[in-house]
Write a protein that binds this ligand. Sequence first.
Ligand SMILES: *Cc1c(COP(=O)(O)O)cnc(C)c1O
Length: 380
Amino acid sequence: MEFRGLKAQYQNLKTEIDEAISRVCSEAAFISGTEVLELEKQLAAYVGVKHCITCGNGTDALVLSLMAWGIGMGDAVFVPDFTFFASGEAPAFLGATPVFVDVEKDTFNMSVNALEEAVIYTINNTNLKPKVIIAVDLFGQPADYPGIRKIADKYNLLVLEDAAQGFGGAIGNKMACSFGDISTTSFFPAKPLGCYGDGGAVFTDSDNWAELIRSLCVHGKGRSKYDNIRIGMNSRLDTIQAAILQVKLEAFKKYELERCNSIAKKYTEMFSNTYQVITPKINSGYYSSWAQYTVVCKNMEQRKQIMAGLKNNGIPSMVYYTKGMHEQDAFNDIIYGYHDYKNTQYLVSRVLSLPIHPYIEYKQIEIICDVILNISKKGK
Ligand SMILES: *Cc1c(COP(=O)(O)O)cnc(C)c1O
């Protein structure tokens, strides 16, 4: 059984994807081919934002956004403690200080109360200048943007939406990748919309920031690549990846996203009233892209038993994530004092992500749930 269904997806889209790849090979415009600009327009239209700038990966997308804002030494950037490393790595890479913020136990996303506490702590106890909130749409559900925006306005902070896992999500009619002053996503193969290698994108309504990021991702170019007006980097989406993404975006819009939501619903129904694992909470009016379907086990022991039982039945499962950002050795030298991560600590020993993708059958979900329920009932 596949965890993310990339093989099944290729089999379903093979004709169009093979055609797209060979078309780019014949055209031989491997960098900045027409497909790249076309895709950017399609992505911007889907998300409902004025500008989309594609780049090398989701991590670069975060770094480019922070560079456009001039973030660096002495700046505090608020990042959820429970996320993939890159969310905190990007500000740290630029010399800024990530201040980690605890998350909500039920949605896994940044806690607005903990965010305000961390901002106040930073103002009162450090010399850092609070600048940016990086909100992460963890496992596909948009963060609490109405709440986060209030804190941002109150303390004059910018919001950077890390929607690496969130592409396709929404709050009401507003799509993920449109909630930040700048928003980013990743096209890493296993993300909701993935390509066949590394890729990423930045979204913004601001003409100025868009122009700056277009320059920053091509060596700080001015009028041309050989007229360099600032220090940038080399971070572009390959034409082949753009052509693949054009095919996959159509499938994503037509049925993949909806299908993942039906699969998630099936899981939640199967587990409801069993009192064995806690199913993920989607806030009312929120829509998830289901980058992961993550349950919360009773304790580490139950999680271990479930994982072993699944493995015996040929069913893959993963732990996202095994530790909080504040526990990562890479951040040992970043001393910011603020330290209250009880929900992250609760989650890292209990979360378990189960197979989910548009090509999995309901029957397989039933099998997975039966295995889990049999083990966890016996284990009590
Ligand atoms: C995957 C991911 C990234 C980084 O994306 P890459 O394309 O792998 O660089 C950043 N943030 C989050 C939350 C992610 O899940």
